[in-house]
Design a protein around this ligand. Structure first.
Ligand SMILES: *Cc1c(COP(=O)(O)O)cnc(C)c1O
Length: 427
């Protein structure tokens, strides 16, 4: 018996579960090596950008008030723009979350009478209220922006003819969500997104394309902005914050689009000139610096989870052997009891609140009860190990994050242990 297993046993992982995990891991060496290669490339990409823009200790100084001439903030935006290969970037702690970043990008670039098109089906839950798909105060619909949607075909591919027909003289902006989010469709690769962008621009060259990049950053060596997106948008408490950013969002894109976003976020005439950094710069820089390896660790966790659960007969999306384009892993557990057990395992492995017992509860904005497991340093951070899902068919738990691969691994082993302990799974 090795000393790691002894320690794991004191934490509640049995020898049977540990051995089952080790067997799965043996099959994953090549997969993990590929993930490491991508991380190494992205690490160099981030480093090169930091060096090019002369990141220095002066960039970490706190500013307050208006934040005029904020060197740290302005340099960080240049670093982001460089990594995403865009003309401009808006990276701010004043952007409170991913939904806020997407709201700024949409409302800055759509005017009354314009139409927004989603060619990839229904957008992420919170965006539905932003757009006004579900009636909501201050939605784009209230401001006279209309919305059109083309669903994916039954096989998960783009309905090109439907999209062609939906692009009209009113269509101003097209929104493409990279990650599946909490849907069961596949996540798109950057190459697939590139094809879709090329098609849309061939139908209407003046149309602007925004990509909701949440959970996708650094999973590949290129980003949607490398294949024609006018804006890529995401949250700093997911991949690009590297777990260290305590708040924030980013919008990288053309100068024209990002300027408008800055005027929308602050005020017309002020734009990017204001917005103090409040002493958060070290975390935002250091988090971005760590983001490629943190994302790689989380992706390994997702691959590991699929390779534990799929052989036990649980449907995993993506499948155990599928290529990844984001860090989310859905496991269809087929019962509420199993979802609760899984989440108890994730919670029990957390560095924070490990003693808490997540339970299904009613949440605003959701029709079904939802269960969430998270023991995070940053509240709600889903680059940290977390799992959640609505209590409804097919009882899928969405698992993501892990600031280190080893923590993700332990969390997944603990989830399996809880399912074994509950008598739901027999190894
Ligand atoms: C998380 C997420 C969002 C919203 O981000 P929040 O920070 O939770 O507001 C939007 N789109 C997708 C695909 C996401 O995964």
């Amino acid at each position: 018996m090795n000393e790691l297993l002894e320690l794991y046993q004191t934490m509640g992982v049995s020898a049977g579960v540990y051995e089952y995990g080790e067997k799965a891991l043996k099959r994953l060496e090549e997969r993990f090596a590929k993930i490491d290669q991508i991380a190494e490339y992205n690490q160099a990409k981030v480093l090169a950008a930091m060096q090019k823009h002369h990141v220095s200790a002066a960039c970490f100084a706190a500013t307050s008030g208006y934040g005029y001439d904020d060197l740290g903030r302005d340099t960080l935006e240049k670093v982001y723009a460089d990594v995403f290969h865009t003309e401009a970037a808006l990276v701010r702690p004043q952007i409170t979350c991913g939904t806020h970043a997407l709201t700024v990008a949409l409302s800055a670039n759509l005017l009354p009478g314009d139409e927004l098109l989603s060619p990839v089906g229904l957008p992420y839950d919170t965006l539905q209220e932003v757009i006004g798909i579900r009636p909501s105060t201050c939605s784009l619909a209230e401001y006279g922006v209309s919305y059109r949607q083309v669903d994916l075909l039954a096989d998960g591919t783009f309905d090109y003819e439907g999209i062609r027909a939906a692009i009209t003289e009113k269509t101003k902006l097209i929104t493409i969500q990279r990650s599946k989010g909490y849907a069961t469709r596949p996540t798109f690769s950057v190459a697939q997104i590139g094809e879709l962008i090329a098609f849309c621009k061939s139908v209407k060259p003046s149309v602007k394309i925004m990509v909701d990049n949440c959970y996708g950053e650094f999973v590949e060596t290129i980003e949607p902005s490398d294949v024609g997106a006018d804006m890529v948008v995401g949250s700093l408490i997911k991949n690009p914050g590297g777990g260290l950013a305590p708040i924030g969002g980013y919008i990288c894109g053309t100068k024209e689009c990002v300027d408008r976003c800055a005027y929308r976020l602050s005020a017309p005439g002020l734009g990017q000139e204001v917005g103090a950094n409040l002493g958060l710069m070290t975390s935002l820089y250091q988090g971005f610096f760590l983001a490629p390896t943190v994302t790689a660790g989380a992706e390994k966790g997702a691959v590991f989870a699929a390779n534990l659960y799929e052989p036990l007969g649980y449907k995993c999306v993506p499948g155990a052997d599928e290529v990844r384009h984001d860090i989310i892993q859905a496991v269809e557990l087929r019962s509420e009891e199993a979802m609760v057990a899984f989440c108890h395992g994730i919670q029990a492995a957390a560095p924070v609140d490990s003693y808490a017992m997540p339970m299904p509860w009613d949440m605003p904005g959701y029709d079904d009860k939802v269960i969430m497991a998270a023991g995070a340093f940053v509240q709600g951070s889903s680059i940290e190990l977390s799992a959640d899902g609505p209590i409804r068919e097919p009882y899928a738990v969405y698992f993501q994050g892990g600031l280190t691969w080893y923590h993700a691994k332990l969390g997944i082993l603990m989830s399996l242990q809880k399912l074994v302990d509950a008598g739901i799974i027999r190894l």
